[in-house]
Write a protein that binds this ligand. Sequence first.
Ligand SMILES: CC(C)(COP(=O)(O)OP(=O)(O)OC[C@H]1O[C@@H](n2cnc3c(N)ncnc32)[C@H](O)[C@@H]1OP(=O)(O)O)[C@@H](O)C(=O)NCCC(=O)NCCS
Length: 199
Amino acid sequence: MAVAADATPDVPRSENLATDILTVRLATGDDLAVLLPLMDAAIEQLQRGFLDDAQIESSKAIMGMDRQLIEDGTYFVVEIRGTVAGCGGWSRRATLYGGEHSAGRNADLLNPTTDAARIRGMYTHPDFARRGVGRLVLEASESAAAAEGFATLELMATRSGRPLYEAFGFQPVEEVEDASSGAPVPLTRMRKPVTATTG
Ligand SMILES: CC(C)(COP(=O)(O)OP(=O)(O)OC[C@H]1O[C@@H](n2cnc3c(N)ncnc32)[C@H](O)[C@@H]1OP(=O)(O)O)[C@@H](O)C(=O)NCCC(=O)NCCS
């Protein structure tokens, strides 16, 4: 963890961690007015230091919001003292990453006994980075996926997301580049066994 923190001096660990009160709830369609600009700010600002300008532009097409997750009841909002600080969730559907505009979507339902549940759409507002928002979304997602019988989680990590996922126990399984939208964006497919209890 120390190595990752040293690699990203522009995203300092929060000074307020001890006093932050984080709450998590399911997202609704009414949250989108806040979540869409939050997502844009996260993609634009929190990837600096990991990607160059051209790669960040490409990311805007590769990444995005997927309303299907909200409709499925698998997308969470994290608030800090009542202010929306971040979002993210999981999916029982095959699409591994991307927004609803992205190519290669597949809404087929996964089989919990043979497939890995997906972690999707992780975005923290830059003002609330490094306060445990992403970790709380992962905990809520893992618990919900466990309750539906999934034994494994899988995701496609951005360079910005990878330190969070490594800290949460994900291991890299494949390095890829998404060149579908301009400058190629490096991504890492990662997996972890579900360890959360369903209680
Ligand atoms: C990835 C992202 C969601 C992480 O959100 P976050 O709320 O800041 O993450 P957390 O505060 O829960 O981080 C938990 C731990 O993960 C690790 N971590 C997270 N971000 C890190 C970073 N930039 N550098 C080093 N370690 C980091 C740390 O171990 C951290 O614990 P610590 O702060 O006590 O050291 C956020 O950076 C983001 O929105 N990035 C842009 C969009 C994106 O790429 N999303 C991922 C798509 S796959």
